[in-house]
Write a protein of this length. Structure first.
Length: 130
């Protein structure tokens, strides 16, 4: 192993990343669907509620802002997916086995895995606190 091969992923790494990144996207799509459904239910309840009865319910405007934030996170995860998956496939197709593609794919892979781990934890924590 020479100095030229240090820090560069193998074809097996890129092939694995090209399979794992879409799997993480599927897991995130399920989680985001659950979050958006919960926010939709809250918005419906907030519109139908009697202000006298439920003083502690969340304001519809706050729910809309939360929905907008979730949609921005979804778009961000879509960009991370596109960059990571595209880089992994291009590295495989054109044998771009260099440090830049390795770093890009690795970062995208780590972001997707971290999101797939922490978003359900945050959702469950928020569900318990509401």
């Amino acid at each position: 192993m020479g100095i030229d091969n240090l820090g560069v992923g193998t074809e097996a790494f890129y092939a694995t990343a090209a399979q794992v990144i879409p799997t993480m996207l599927i897991a995130l799509a399920v989680e985001f669907g659950l979050i958006l459904r919960q926010l939709g239910r809250e918005l419906e309840r907030a519109r139908d509620r009697d202000p006298e009865v439920s003083r502690f319910a969340r304001d519809p405007e706050t729910i809309r802002k939360d929905t907008d934030q979730i949609l921005m996170v979804i778009m961000g995860m879509g960009v991370v997916f596109a960059v990571g998956e595209g880089s992994a496939l291009l590295a495989l197709a054109f044998r771009w086995l260099n440090a830049w593609t390795f770093a890009g794919v690795s970062i995208c892979l780590l972001v997707m895995i971290a999101a797939a781990v922490f978003i359900p934890i945050i959702r469950l924590h928020d569900d318990a606190s509401w």
